[in-house]
Design a protein around this ligand. Structure first.
Ligand SMILES: Cc1cc2nc3c(=O)[nH]c(=O)nc-3n(C[C@H](O)[C@H](O)[C@H](O)COP(=O)(O)OP(=O)(O)OC[C@H]3O[C@@H](n4cnc5c(N)ncnc54)[C@H](O)[C@@H]3O)c2cc1C
Length: 276
């Protein structure tokens, strides 16, 4: 939609360009920003010209630029991009699953950015689900020229809110190699078959047998549960059931979200246990 309060549009090419004037907002792909009235926005600062490499592979893991599109991330995971997935990074197989957890994903994949999805911060933000599942760290540029890091899971404060400062910019998401080498599974459920996620649950087992389960979309903020080794069924069900923030909206009542999260977590636990 037209944001008819916008009177300026500039392309950022340097860090100095990211000093925002009152009313300015940074733009990733615009699929969220232009989707609803934003009378508070008077200027747009486009990040697509910052020149950040979409994906950087290193010994430490994978850096996903905030400006990397979801389509590019999927192409990497499926071996269709310029970079090869390093041998042993089994968790890359879950990237397309996360991308498909977005409602109407085929319409927005080529434009929507990973950073935009995280910063839009809807409960149903599946790039948040992905990052939470793999201990993703947000690399955040602060307005004083510094940088801070925070787990993506802890950055979320509610449906559409996060703890980013007004003038802070998400530079990248870092996924650690240890998590990328893990076995990880993701399940989504929605009231309508292709609808916006009602619950997205992940389960992961690392090489050292540490197990991590996350509950997203059904709770207002991500829930991350860690065990060593895999928990038994009653332990996991109790922890998922006790997670905070199950909520009711037109996409599902809180008691349904809680119940399906428990079921999905147990499916993942059983599958991971069988694989082990
Ligand atoms: C058909 C359709 C279906 C959708 N389905 C879903 C869905 O299932 N789940 C879901 O979560 N969303 C969904 N969305 C909303 C939105 O498209 C996605 O969240 C998308 O990933 C946003 O990415 P973007 O790059 O377009 O963000 P933008 O629209 O560019 O930005 C979104 C917000 O994040 C801020 N922002 C962007 N990049 C940064 C950055 N690097 N640092 C700081 N702030 C930043 C912007 O200022 C803005 O406030 C849908 C939208 C449409 C149109």
């Amino acid at each position: 939609m037209d944001l008819n309060t916008v009177v300026s549009y500039r392309f950022a090419t340097s860090r100095a360009d990211l000093i925002l004037a009152p009313g300015e907002k940074v733009l990733g792909g615009g699929t969220g920003l232009f989707a609803e009235p934003r009378p508070d926005v008077t200027g747009i600062v486009d990040l697509s010209t910052m020149g950040w490499p979409d994906l950087e592979v290193s010994e430490a893991g994978l850096r996903i630029a905030a400006t990397c599109t979801i389509a590019t991330l999927v192409a990497f995971a499926e071996g269709r991009g310029p970079l090869a997935v390093p041998g042993g990074w089994a968790a890359a197989s879950v990237f397309p699953v996360a991308a498909n957890a977005l409602l109407a994903s085929f319409k927005i994949w080529n434009t929507a950015t990973v950073g935009g999805n995280v910063c839009q911060s809807y409960c149903a933000a599946s790039m948040v689900s992905l990052a939470a599942a793999l201990d993703g760290q947000a690399v955040i540029w602060t307005p004083d020229g510094g940088e801070r890091r925070q787990s993506v899971a802890s950055l979320m404060t509610g449906d559409g809110t996060n703890s980013l400062g007004a003038a802070e910019v998400l530079r990248a998401i870092d996924l650690p190699a240890v998590a990328l080498r893990s076995r990880v599974l993701m399940r989504k459920i929605a009231l309508a078959e292709l609808g916006r996620s009602g619950a997205v649950v992940t389960g992961r087992v690392d090489a050292d047998a540490t197990a991590v389960f996350t509950v997203t979309a059904s709770t207002l903020t991500p829930t991350v549960l860690r065990y060593a080794p895999l928990p038994d069924a009653p332990t996991l069900a109790a922890a998922v059931g006790a997670a905070r923030g199950y909520y009711t909206d037109p996409l599902g009542p809180a008691d349904w979200r809680r119940a399906v999260s428990i079921v999905l977590a147990e499916e993942l636990r059983a599958e991971l246990a069988a694989g082990a």
